[in-house]
Design a protein around this ligand. Structure first.
Ligand SMILES: *Cc1c(COP(=O)(O)O)cnc(C)c1O
Length: 395
């Protein structure tokens, strides 16, 4: 199907679909494949320019449809699919470094990747320096050595939601030919377009809002023209591929992602504002709130907010926290996020920091606001906070 739409929601509905190549079916077919047969020896030997697919690990029409869609979403020259968000990060970083190199990594990055960096990448001879996500450009420059090959960002940061000055960091990196990468899972590529700001690689856990229904594990690596050959080569050498039924789920999720994200934005802000007014809550960590320290950066670079954010509860014994958490009716307690349902989790950001100190004076929580009616969610939270207060023995 031909389309020359310019609006993001229209593109997400139409991109990667060619119904009249498939008897008019609205969605692309799901090709289950390993072997792909070549009609002639020329095709096998790569002398036939019409040969597009050679072996299913290296791509099928199904994976190509999702890659095309993510390219449109992220304004990318090319997209690589990986089995998880974690493997998207590790693959993209591996693609850019070699033994002897040095990389700069935000202190607020997704913690499991920090374990991979510290326990595996460092073993391969890559030096890692963590930096304060709110670092000033001059201070960042002082951390750069002639070995520095890459700067990674995540904005807002995992668990703590600090905003980063992406434009300033990119300017520092570009002046020295250093590659930049951002974990763009929070915005889902819908509210932030890092590649248009000069970032080389934007990765996402498609597990989150692209999937959107808590039933998918996948990562996507959206690349600039410069970064694409590095990342494609690394993913091919590592043998990464994704399953066709998972690609189908990701494509299905993308079609409604704009509508879902606008509702997540509104519901998330409603709950964030409500939490701000609660005496049990010391602080709400949400960059779309006007008094958040990252608000100006969020306003400058983002067109909306997803519904994952943090807040800090006044100190209370673990038993009081358990009284609150164990009887939540609508909020589930579990990892991951980005689905249609709400989640609530106590977190420990201090345990995965080295360049900065996280000491907010109480229990940090992470909350994901789903597509339920916010009034019902507020009632659930209100009861939970009452249980916390009663169990803590406060007035
Ligand atoms: C969940 C998450 C990941 C990892 O994604 P998986 O699909 O669970 O491997 C990476 N980055 C961020 C910010 C995440 O929230």
């Amino acid at each position: 199907m031909q389309h020359n739409a310019s609006k993001q929601d229209t593109i997400l509905v139409h991109v990667g679909r060619r119904p009249h190549d498939h008897q008019g079916m609205v969605n692309p077919p799901v090709y289950h494949a390993s072997t792909i047969l070549f009609p002639t020896l020329d095709a096998l030997d790569g002398r036939d320019p019409n040969t597009r697919y050679t072996y299913a690990r290296r791509g099928t029409p199904t994976s190509a449809a999702l890659e095309e869609a993510v390219c449109a979403l992220e304004h990318a020259a090319g997209t690589i699919l990986t089995p998880s968000g974690m493997s998207a990060l590790s693959t993209a970083i591996l693609a850019c470094v070699r033994a002897g190199d040095h990389i700069l990594v935000t202190d607020a990055l997704y913690a499991p990747v920090r374990h991979w960096l510290d326990r595996m990448l460092s073993r391969l001879g890559v030096a890692i320096t963590y930096y304060d996500p709110a670092i000033a450009p001059a201070a960042l420059e002082r951390l750069i050595t002639d070995r520095t090959r890459m700067i990674t960002m995540e904005s807002p940061g995992s668990l703590t939601f600090e905003m980063q000055d992406i434009r300033a960091i990119v300017a520092v990196a570009q002046a020295r030919g250093i590659a930049t990468l951002i974990d763009n899972t929070w915005s889902s590529g819908y509210f932030l377009k890092p590649l248009t700001l000069g970032v080389d690689i934007s990765i996402q856990a498609a597990t989150k809002y692209i999937g959107g229904h808590s039933d998918l594990m996948m990562g996507v690596i959206a690349c600039s023209a410069r970064a694409l050959p590095w990342v494609r080569d690394a993913a091919t050498l590592l043998g990464l591929c994704v399953a066709p039924d998972d690609v189908f789920l990701a494509l299905r999720g993308l079609r409604s992602m704009g509508t879902r994200l606008r509702q997540h934005h509104a519901n998330g802000l409603a709950i964030a504002r409500w939490l701000q007014g609660r005496p049990e809550v010391l602080r709400v960590l949400h960059p779309a709130l006007p008094d958040d320290p990252g608000h100006a950066l969020w306003t400058r670079d983002f067109t909306g907010a997803s519904s994952l954010f943090g807040f800090v509860l006044r100190p209370a014994p673990r038993s009081a926290l358990a009284a609150m958490m164990n009887a939540m009716r609508l909020f589930g307690m579990g990892y991951s996020w980005g689905g249609f349902e709400s989640l609530l989790l106590p977190t420990d950001p201090a345990a995965s920091r080295s360049a900065t100190v996280w000491n907010p004076g109480g229990q940090t929580m992470r909350i994901h606001i789903g597509l339920e009616d916010p009034e019902d969610l507020i009632a659930d939270l209100e009861d939970g906070l009452a249980r916390l207060t009663t169990a803590a023995g406060h007035p």
